[in-house]
Design a protein. Structure first.
Length: 297
C-alpha cells in the first residue's frame, strides 16, 4: 500500500507530462521487488517470519504485481482524464467508465494470458518467456527473487554494481551535455531499455525515432504539424498488432498451430522473416508519406 501510494503519484505525474508510453513501470516494479524482497528477507533472517523460499518468492512477486498494476492503472487513468479534458469530456462519466473498464479487464486478462501461453507452447515457441513471447522484465524479476531467497543462482552483485556505475556515468554525461547545450541528450531509461530489450523490439523503436525526427524537422520547415498523423497511424499499428497476436494465440490454442505461425504456406523461417522485414519497411515508408502530406483546407 505504501509503495503503491507513492508510485501512483510518480506514474500519474510523468504520464500527465509526457504520455502513457513513458511511464517508468519497469523501474517502479523493480523497486517494489527489491523493497518487498528485502523486508521479507530481514523478517526471515531475524526469525520474525518462517516460510519456505518458494512462498517468499511468490509473496514478493505478488506484492510487486499489485504495485505494478496500480502504477499502470493510475497512469492510464490519468492519461485518459487528460485526453478527456482536452476534448471537453465529463470527468464523472469518464470515471464511471474507467471503473467498468478495470473490472472487465480483471476478468479478461487471465484467460487471454492463459490462451497466449498455452497456444505458444503448442506452436513450439516455449510459451510466455519463450522465443516468440519474450518477457525480459519477468525474467529479471525471477532472477532477482530467486537470488534473494537462495532458490536459484546467486545474484551477480558484480554485474549489478557495474550497471549502477554505468547509470551514474550516464547521468553525469547527460548533465555535461545539458550544460554545453548539446542538441542530443543521454537519458538513463532509454539506454537501459536498449540494453535489455531484444533487437527485434529495439530496432523498430529506432526506426520510429528516425521517422519522427525527419517528420518533425519537415514540420518546422513547412509550418504545419506532420507528426500528428504519424502518431495516429503508429497507435493503430500497435493496437492492431496486439489484437492480431491474441487472435493468433487463440488459433494455436484451438489446435491450428500451422495457421497461427504461417507455416501453412510451406515457407521456412528464412523467407518468412525476409517477407516480414520488407512488409515492415513498406509500412514505415507509407506511414511517413501519409504523415508528411500537406493537409488540405
Amino acid at each position: 500500500l505504501v509503495m503503491a501510494f507513492f508510485f501512483t503519484a510518480v506514474a500519474s505525474y510523468i504520464v500527465g507530462l509526457v504520455g502513457n508510453s513513458n511511464s517508468p513501470v519497469s523501474g517502479m516494479t523493480i523497486t517494489a521487488v527489491l523493497g518487498a524482497g528485502a523486508l521479507l528477507h530481514l523478517f526471515m533472517r531475524f526469525g520474525l517470519l518462517e516460510i519456505a523460499a518458494t512462498t517468499a518468492i511468490a509473496a514478493t512477486l505478488g506484492i510487486a504485481g499489485i504495485v505494478c498494476c496500480t502504477a499502470c492503472t493510475s497512469g492510464d487513468v490519468c492519461n485518459d482524464l487528460k485526453t478527456g479534458h482536452l476534448v471537453g469530456a465529463s470527468p464523472r462519466s469518464q470515471q464511471i467508465l474507467q471503473i467498468i473498464g478495470v473490472t472487465v479487464a480483471a476478468f479478461v486478462l487471465a484467460p487471454v494470458l492463459t490462451v497466449l501461453h498455452e497456444g505458444s507452447i503448442r506452436a513450439g515457441t516455449g510459451g510466455i518467456g519463450g522465443s516468440e513471447l519474450a518477457a525480459p522484465q519477468a525474467v529479471l524479476f525471477s532472477k532477482l527473487t530467486q537470488g534473494m531467497f537462495g532458490s536459484g543462482d546467486a545474484l551477480p552483485w558484480n554485474m549489478i554494481g557495474v550497471g549502477a556505475a554505468i547509470g551514474v556515468a550516464i547521468l553525469i554525461a547527460d548533465q555535461i551535455l545539458a550544460a554545453i547545450r548539446f542538441p542530443v541528450r543521454l537519458y538513463v531509461m532509454p539506454v537501459a531499455v536498449g540494453i535489455y530489450l531484444p533487437p527485434k523490439l529495439s530496432v523498430p523503436i529506432l526506426f520510429g525515432g528516425v521517422v519522427h525526427h525527419l517528420l518533425a524537422r519537415r514540420s518546422r520547415r513547412a509550418g504545419y504539424d506532420a507528426t500528428g498523423r504519424g502518431v495516429l497511424i503508429a497507435s493503430g499499428a500497435i493496437a492492431g498488432e496486439s489484437l492480431l497476436g491474441v487472435f493468433a494465440g487463440f488459433l494455436a490454442y484451438a489446435g491450428y498451430e500451422s495457421l497461427a505461425t504461417g507455416k501453412i504456406l510451406g515457407w521456412k523461417e528464412g523467407p518468412w522473416t525476409i517477407a516480414t522485414a520488407f512488409a515492415f519497411a513498406a509500412f514505415i515508408g507509407w506511414m511517413a508519406w501519409v504523415a508528411a502530406r500537406r493537409p488540405t483546407r
